[in-house]
Design a protein around this ligand. Structure first.
Ligand SMILES: [Zn+2]
Ligand SMILES: [Zn+2]
Length: 400
């Protein structure tokens, strides 16, 4: 079968090759004819006077040319078709090779299967032989069969038990449905739902009525509005308002006119004043007055400058006095600092043994220090004056 397919394909390919060759030959012949065509072209280009004969020749040449073009086109298409068919043949060859490979694979598989079949047949034959030999040799296999039966029984029992459980569950479910409590509860719920539905329906109806009432009111109001436009009272009122507005407009116009006149009058006054101001600048009296004022201001300025100078000098004097006083204060502070400590031990005085005491020469010391000094030598440690312990005095009481 496959070989046949391959043979047909090869034959087709050969035929196509032949056709292609023939077409190529035809094309070569046409190319040989081409010079005639170019001669015709020369005839066309030749600027000879056109006679009847020439006209006929020209037409003939044109026809020939057209025919040649057509033939060339046909040839081109034939060549293209041949090429396409060639590629198709090539593809088909590839496909055929693939198919062949598959067939080979199947054949090898088939051989293997045959082998297996043969082996199985041999096995079967052996088993039949064994069966014929005697039942005592098949004891083991019987045991296996018994076990299988036992397992099947067990599974069937389990299945029955599960069926029972299912049945019980179904019964329980049906009991729940028949349970009076459940039925009662369901009924109550249904009743409740029905009541609520009725209430909602009532509400909806009421709302609808309200809506209709409001629609009526709207309609009436619209009618009223339409009537108001035609109402003689309304028309009269409108006319009155318009009259009032007109009057007010007239009044405002009058006011505006008056204000404009006033403005013009004031403009005139302003102009006059401007002229006056210009004249004042040139007035000799004004110039003299101005000069006098300037002189007065200058005198006053000089007086003020003198005052300022005097004040500045006084300020400097006072600054000096202040500085002196500050110096004095500093001196006093220094002396105070000195007088708070004993010149012998340089320690501060206290209210017990080192109390502040004055000698008859006026110098001050700590009591314990000066007593010690005078016990060795009765002279003031500061000025070397002869002093006595009996003339020593406390400067402050023990407790102030
Ligand atoms: Zn001292
Ligand atoms: Zn002294």
């Amino acid at each position: 079968m496959e070989d046949l397919k391959q043979a047909i394909l090869n034959m087709m390919a050969e035929q196509l090759d032949d056709g292609l060759k023939q077409l190529e030959e035809a094309a070569a012949n046409l190319r040989m004819d081409q010079p005639e065509g170019s001669q015709n072209q020369q005839l066309l280009d030749d600027p000879k006077p056109i006679t009847e004969e020439n006209k006929f020749e020209l037409n003939q040449t044109n026809l020939n040319l057209h025919e040649l073009h057509m033939l060339k086109k046909e040839l081109d298409t034939q060549v293209a078709i041949s090429r396409h068919q060639n590629t198709l043949i090539h593809d088909l060859k590839g496909q055929a090779e693939l198919d062949l490979a598959k067939i080979y694979e199947c054949q090898t598989k088939l051989v293997k299967m045959d082998d297996k079949c043969y082996k199985l047949e041999r096995k079967l034959f052996k088993m039949q032989k064994k069966e014929n030999l005697g039942e005592e040799e098949l004891g083991d296999e019987e045991l296996g069969e018994e076990e299988l039966h036992f397992q099947i029984d067990k599974l069937q029992k389990e299945l029955e038990a599960k069926d029972d459980i299912c049945h019980q569950l179904e019964q329980q479910i049906s009991q729940v449905y028949e349970n009076p409590e459940y039925i009662e509860m369901r009924k109550q719920l249904l009743d409740h739902l029905k009541e609520q539905e009725e209430l909602h329906l009532q509400e909806v109806n009421e709302l609808r009525k309200e809506l209709e009432a409001k629609d009526d009111i709207c309609h009436k109001l619209e009618q009223d509005v339409a009537h108001v436009g035609e109402n003689p009272e309304y028309i009269q009122m409108r006319q009155q308002l318009l009259d009032h507005l007109n009057e007010q407009e007239q009044l405002h116009l009058q006011e505006v006119n008056e204000l404009r006149k006033e403005l013009e009058a004031k403009d005139v006054i302003c102009h006059k004043l401007e002229q006056n101001v210009a004249h004042v600048g040139e007035n000799p009296e004004y110039i003299q007055m101005r000069q006098q004022l300037q002189d007065t201001i200058k005198c006053q300025e000089e007086v003020h400058l003198r005052d300022i100078n005097e004040m500045r000098q006084e300020l400097d004097l006072r600054d000096n006095i202040c500085l002196q006083k500050e110096q004095k204060i500093e001196d006093l502070e220094e002396r105070l600092e000195l007088s708070t400590s004993c010149d012998i031990c340089m320690e501060t005085f206290n209210t017990s043994s080192h109390r502040l005491v004055a000698l008859s020469c006026g110098h001050l010391f700590g009591e314990s220090c000066v007593r010690e000094c005078l016990r060795r030598n009765p002279l003031c440690p500061e000025c070397r004056t002869h002093v006595s312990v009996n003339n020593m005095r406390y400067v402050f009481p023990r407790y102030l």
